[in-house]
Design a protein around this ligand. Structure first.
Ligand SMILES: Cc1cc2nc3c(=O)[nH]c(=O)nc-3n(C[C@H](O)[C@H](O)[C@H](O)COP(=O)(O)OP(=O)(O)OC[C@H]3O[C@@H](n4cnc5c(N)ncnc54)[C@H](O)[C@@H]3O)c2cc1C
Length: 439
């Protein structure tokens, strides 16, 4: 939920998504889509182009959720389980299929943005992922080699001695460059998708929350802030903002608050020092920071699980400052221009999902990597609903089971994150002790 004093960088650096107007609520539609982020807009657009009468409901404003709050970092997304975890969970062939699906999703995003002429600052600049410890460097070099050989992912290893070609920092012990990664301006992407959805004939209601869903003989009945309507089918696209109103999805995900901040504008000289190739950035570790130059190359955006729900602005800034300055001491005195937060959706098996459960369609659970996936899943889900070819994905028949003890799960996730942070701190301490001994 937004916190007092929150300001979102993307909102101050783009036009608003087009206003949907104030249409009358129809009695009946073919499909009602709940949620006006990337997933909802994408599925609605493709269903409308496939000839369906579609109404989309967004409780706040279009892109209000994570879709206008994220880092805009795109890429194949790999998988939260990592290569070893994936192979263990699904076997060698399925693991490769799942990883390749990430590349298909990225191809889809590129094709979509290009063919629809959506101006959203898409640049595949690559991503440098720094290794915090020598052991993590070895592991990520091995991963890079495996990905290049097995799924043709362009990736190269950067030893510590060369890392200043990628980043103006001595914090890391080398890292990898993933060449298929890059960035977009997420709010511009929301605006472009909204325009295309309206042009395709989607009727958009925003703000208008869906407050209840019931199955009746004539179809699914939706209660909304504007009244009741019947839909033959429903798509839940509420991801980390799911709650009791969209229970079928809410019971399958754990909503987690995560934050972002922006520092800048910085001088061109400092920007070139911090990120000589203006790539996206990430790091190894259990609780990690991601960061990127803004599309205009003048500021930096940093993000990660810094600051807990309900934390005041000053405390959030302090948590961010600590994480940022250990990588970039150069930014010690630079003020934050923006600090904000948003909700992501985690799943029990660390995997995103799409499909039909409890009588409704849904896509989500992107585990924090949803920009590329949500557009792809939205399109794939629409194709499946339309009975079209090329609707399948490697994620299709993964069981999407409810999270046990769901009401307690966010608290459990929070405790786990704290435990991981302690382990990360222990690893860094051991590394620094070792560095001191060697030097
Ligand atoms: C701080 C942050 C940084 C991130 N960075 C990245 C990144 O760099 N790269 C990446 O790949 N992913 C990133 N993500 C994740 C990514 O943004 C999400 O996975 C993606 O935007 C999900 O899109 P969505 O449309 O499924 O959900 P959302 O964009 O969250 O949209 C859900 C919408 O549903 C609406 N809603 C909820 N309930 C109702 C209801 N009852 N009726 C009507 N509407 C309702 C909400 O208001 C909300 O607008 C980040 C997320 C956050 C929060």
């Amino acid at each position: 939920m937004p916190f007092p004093g929150e300001r979102i960088y993307w909102h101050d650096h783009s036009v608003q998504p087009p206003a949907p107007g104030t249409p009358d609520l129809p009695d009946r539609v073919d499909v009602a889509v709940v949620g006006g982020g990337f997933t909802g807009l994408s599925v609605a657009l493709h269903l409308a182009r496939g000839g369906r009468k579609v109404a989309l409901f967004e409780a706040a404003s279009l892109g209000y959720g994570a879709s206008s709050r994220n880092g805009g970092m795109i890429g194949p997304g790999l998988h939260k389980l990592g290569i070893t975890g994936l192979r263990k969970a699904y076997g060698e062939d399925r693991a490769k299929d799942i990883l390749r699906e990430g590349l298909h999703a990225l191809d889809h995003l590129e094709d979509f943005v290009t063919s629809e002429q959506i101006d959203c600052d898409l640049h595949l600049t690559g991503r440098f992922r720094g290794a915090r410890t020598p052991a993590q460097y070895e592991a990520s070099a091995h991963e890079c080699d495996w990905l290049s050989k097995n799924i043709n992912l362009p990736c190269h290893v950067v030893p510590a001695a060369d890392q200043h070609t990628e980043i103006g920092s001595d914090f890391y012990c080398g890292g990898n460059v993933y060449h298929r990664d890059g960035g977009v301006h997420p709010r511009k992407l929301v605006a472009g998708l909204t325009r295309r959805a309206l042009d395709a004939g989607v009727t958009i209601f925003a703000p208008c929350a869906v407050t209840g869903i019931n199955r009746e003989a004539t179809g699914l009945s939706l209660r909304t802030d504007l009244g009741t309507l019947t839909a033959r089918e429903i798509v839940l696209a509420t991801n980390g903002y799911s709650d009791g109103r969209t229970r079928a999805l809410s019971r399958r995900i754990v909503p987690i608050e995560t934050g972002a901040s922006a520092i800048g504008p910085l001088s061109p000289g400092l920007m070139a020092e911090l990120s000589p190739k203006l790539r996206m950035h990430g790091e190894t570790g259990r609780v990690f920071m991601w960061y990127r130059p803004t599309p205009d190359g003048r500021s930096f955006i940093f993000g990660g699980r810094f600051g807990a729900g309900g934390m005041p602005l000053e405390a959030r800034q302090k948590a961010f400052r600590h994480a940022i300055t250990r990588v970039f001491p150069q930014l010690h005195g630079s003020p934050f221009s923006h600090v904000w937060s948003g909700q992501i959706a985690y799943t029990k098996d660390h995997s995103p999902h799409l499909g039909h459960h409890d009588g409704v369609w849904m896509a989500g659970g992107y585990c924090g990597s949803g920009v590329t996936r949500s557009l792809y899943f939205g399109t794939k889900l629409a194709r499946r609903m339309l009975g079209e070819a090329q609707a399948g994905t490697a994620f299709d028949d993964l069981p999407f089971s409810p999270v046990p003890f769901r009401p307690l799960a966010p608290m459990g996730a929070d405790m786990l994150a704290r435990w991981y942070q302690m382990q990360d701190a222990r690893d860094l301490k051991a590394r620094d002790l070792n560095r001191d001994t060697v030097s």
